[in-house]
Ligand binder design. Structure first.
Ligand code: ZN
Length: 542
C-alpha cells in the first residue's frame, strides 16, 4: 500500500514537467530578451545521453538562461555562444546523494574535486550527521556561493546528540518528541529527508523503533530515509532488514547508502542483501541503494573500537583506556575487528587518511606505523597502534576490506545509484580516500568502458535521473526541454579517474564542459570564476 502511494506521489511530482517537455518536443522556447541571440549557449554535434538509460542520439542542445530550451538534430538559430561537442558525450550533470562536503566546501566553494568529474549537485548530512539547525547551515552554504548545487539531509544522530548526548540508553517519550521536533524543523528548513548512521555513536545506541518514530515525521513531510547501516560485516543481513523496516514502518522510501560487504568471511553476501532489497520492493517497500566504486572504505580509526567503549565521547574513551582491565577488553575487540572485519586480517590493510595531532601519519598504514614504533607489525601490535592513535585524539582511516565481486554485483543492480561518500579536500593536504576525486569518472572509465560491465547510458542513469528521482528533484537529472541546464560534457574514450590511495590529489580527466544552471563552471581543464550553485530545498520547503 505504502509503496503504491509513494509511486503515485512520484508520478504526480513528475507529471507536469514531463508532459510539458513532451508538448514542447523539439520546439524551442521563445528568446528570453530582445536584441539577443535566441539562445545563450548551444552545444553542437555531441552524442546526447539523456540520463534515462535510453540509447544515445546525436543532437544539438540549446540553453536559455538556466533552462534547456531546445534539443534537436540540428539547431540553426544563433546562440550567444556555441560550443563544439563533436566526438563528445552530453549528459545531465551528475548528482551525488552522499557527500561530507561541509568538510571543505567553505574553504573551496568551487568544489573542484567534484566539478572536475562532472558533478553539478551535492548532498550533505548523511550517516546520521548534519549540522543543526538546517536553516543556519544552508544559509551559510548559500552565502559561500558554491559552484555546484547543494542540498542536505537532517541527521538522526545529530538530533539524538542534541537531546541525549552520546549515551547508551533508551530515549524517554518526551525526548523522542524533542527529536521529532528537530526533524520536523529540519524538514521545514529544506532537508530532503532523514539520514541515519546506526554504526556510529550515538546512532549505534538507538533502537529501531525510535528511528521509526523520527522516520514517520520525515516521511509525512515528503522526505526519504538513507542509512549507513548498523553493521556492514557479519551482521549485514540483519542491518538490511532493519533499513527496510524503517522504510516500511516509517512510511517513506528507504536507501542503503554506500552499500558494501566488509570482512573476508562475509564476502559474497551481496547476493543475499540484494535479494532482500529486491524482495522488499516486490511487496511494496520503496528501497534503493547507492555505492562508491572502491574496495576500501573510509571512516574514523575508532571504528575498530567496540561500541560500548565509545559512549560519552573522547574523554570517556581515554578514561577507559587508562583502566588496564577495560583496555584489555578494548584491545581484544580491536584485534577481532582487524582479523575479521575492517582490517581483513592484516594491519597493513588499514591506513591513516588524515591525523590532526600528527599530520605525518597521513598515508602510512598501521603495519608501517607499528614498525616505526619498534614492534613486529602483527595484528596484536597493530591493535596497540590503533589504540594509541585513538588515545592521542584519533585519525581518519582507510580500510581495505571489500571484495571486487561484491562491488560489481551491487553496481550492476538496477536499484543502485552512484555516490561518492567523499568530501571537498584541500588540494594536496592529508591523504584522503580517492573517492572524493574519482568516483564518477571511475564508474564511467573502469566499469562502463574498460571492463564493459554496464552500458555508458546505464552508468549515466545511475548518476543522474536515478538520484534525481530518489531525491524528488522534478527538474534535474534528465536532458529534456524545460529541465534545468545542469550539463556535463566529456570524452567517453578519454574519461578517467586518476586519484589513487597513494596519490589521491589528482583530478579526473576527460571532461570538457560542466554547466550548472546554464552557466559554465569548468571548461577544458580550467575552472571558470562562475559560482552559480543553488540551494536545492527539500519537499517541505519547495
Ligand atoms: Zn557512511
Amino acid at each position: 500500500m505504502k509503496g503504491t502511494r509513494n509511486d503515485l506521489r512520484e508520478q504526480q511530482r513528475w507529471a507536469p514537467l514531463l508532459s510539458m517537455a513532451m508538448m514542447l518536443g523539439w520546439l524551442a522556447v521563445a528568446p528570453s530578451a530582445q536584441n539577443r541571440a535566441p539562445y545563450d549557449l548551444l552545444l553542437r554535434g555531441g552524442r546526447v545521453v539523456d540520463g534515462t538509460g535510453s540509447p544515445w542520439f546525436r543532437a544539438d542542445v540549446a540553453v536559455t538562461g538556466d533552462t534547456i530550451a531546445a534539443i534537436a538534430p540540428r539547431i540553426e538559430a544563433p546562440a550567444a555562444r556555441v560550443i563544439d561537442a563533436t566526438g563528445l558525450v552530453i549528459t545531465p550533470g551528475f548528482i551525488d546523494i552522499h557527500t561530507h562536503a561541509r568538510r571543505g566546501i567553505f574553504e573551496v566553494p568551487t568544489a573542484d574535486n567534484y566539478t572536475r568529474q562532472g558533478v553539478t549537485t551535492i548532498y550533505e548530512g548523511p550517516d546520521g550527521s548534519s549540522p543543526l539547525p538546517i536553516k543556519a547551515f544552508l544559509d551559510r552554504v548559500a552565502a559561500a556561493k558554491t559552484s555546484p548545487n547543494f542540498g542536505t539531509f537532517v541527521g538522526q544522530g545529530s538530533a539524538r546528540e542534541k537531546v541525549i548526548g552520546s549515551l547508551d540508553r533508551r530515549a524517554t517519550p518526551a525526548e523522542i518528541e524533542q527529536m521529532r521536533e528537530i526533524v520536523r524543523e529540519g524538514m521545514r528548513d529544506g532537508a530532503v529527508g532523514l539520514s541515519t548512521g546506526l554504526f556510529y555513536v550515538p546512532g549505534i545506541f538507538t533502537p529501531t523503533d525510535e528511528v521509526i518514530e523520527l522516520a514517520k515525521v520525515a516521511g509525512g513531510m515528503g522526505g526519504i530515509h538513507v542509512s549507513h547501516m548498523r553493521n556492514e560485516a557479519a551482521g549485514v543481513l540483519g542491518s538490511v532488514r532493519e533499513t527496510l523496516a524503517i522504510g516500511e514502518q516509517g512510511g517513506l522510501p528507504t536507501q542503503v547508502t554506500h552499500h558494501k560487504i566488509i570482512g573476508v568471511q562475509n564476502w559474497g553476501r551481496s547476493v543475499d542483501t540484494l535479494k532482500l532489497i529486491t524482495d522488499a520492493r516486490a511487496r511494496g517497500v520503496d528501497a534503493t541503494i547507492d555505492q562508491y566504486p572502491y574496495t576500501a572504505s573510509a571512516t574514523g580509526i575508532n571504528a575498530l573500537f567496540p561500541p560500548w567503549s565509545l559512549e560519552g565521547g573522547q574523554a570517556e574513551v581515554v578514561r577507559r583506556l587508562q583502566d588496564p582491565a577495560q583496555r584489555a577488553r578494548i584491545k581484544a575487540a580491536v584485534v577481532e575487528n582487524i582479523r575479521f572485519d575492517r582490517g581483513a586480517g592484516d594491519a597493513k590493510n588499514i591506513s591513516v587518511a588524515s591525523c590532526g595531532w600528527d599530520p605525518s601519519l597521513a598515508g602510512k598504514n598501521l603495519a608501517e606505523i607499528t614498525r616505526e614504533r619498534g614492534q613486529e607489525p602483527n595484528v596484536e601490535n597493530g591493535a596497540d597502534t590503533a589504540i594509541s592513535i585513538v588515545e592521542h585524539g584519533g585519525a581518519q582511516g582507510i580500510f581495505h576490506a571489500i571484495d571486487e565481486k561484491d562491488l560489481e554485483r551491487i553496481l550492476l543492480c538496477p536499484l543502485t545509484m552512484i555516490a561518492s561518500d567523499g568530501e571537498v579536500p584541500i588540494f594536496g593536504k592529508a591523504s584522503p580516500h580517492p573517492r572524493s576525486y574519482g568516483t564518477f569518472a571511475r564508474v564511467l572509465a573502469v566499469y562502463a568502458r574498460d571492463k564493459g560491465l554496464l552500458r555508458l547510458e546505464e552508468a549515466v542513469r545511475k548518476m543522474t535521473s536515478l538520484p534525481a528521482w530518489r531525491l524528488g528533484l522534478p527538474d534535474r537529472g534528465i536532458l529534456r526541454v524545460g529541465m534545468k541546464a545542469d550539463i556535463t560534457v566529456f570524452d567517453p574514450a578519454l574519461v578517467r579517474d586518476k586519484a589513487t590511495y597513494e596519490k589521491p590529489h589528482q583530478y579526473a580527466e576527460g571532461f570538457a564542459e560542466v554547466i550548472v544552471n546554464g552557466v559554465v563552471i569548468y571548461e577544458h581543464g580550467v575552472m571558470t570564476p562562475a559560482r552559480p550553485g543553488r540551494i536545492l530545498y527539500g519537499p517541505a520547503k519547495r
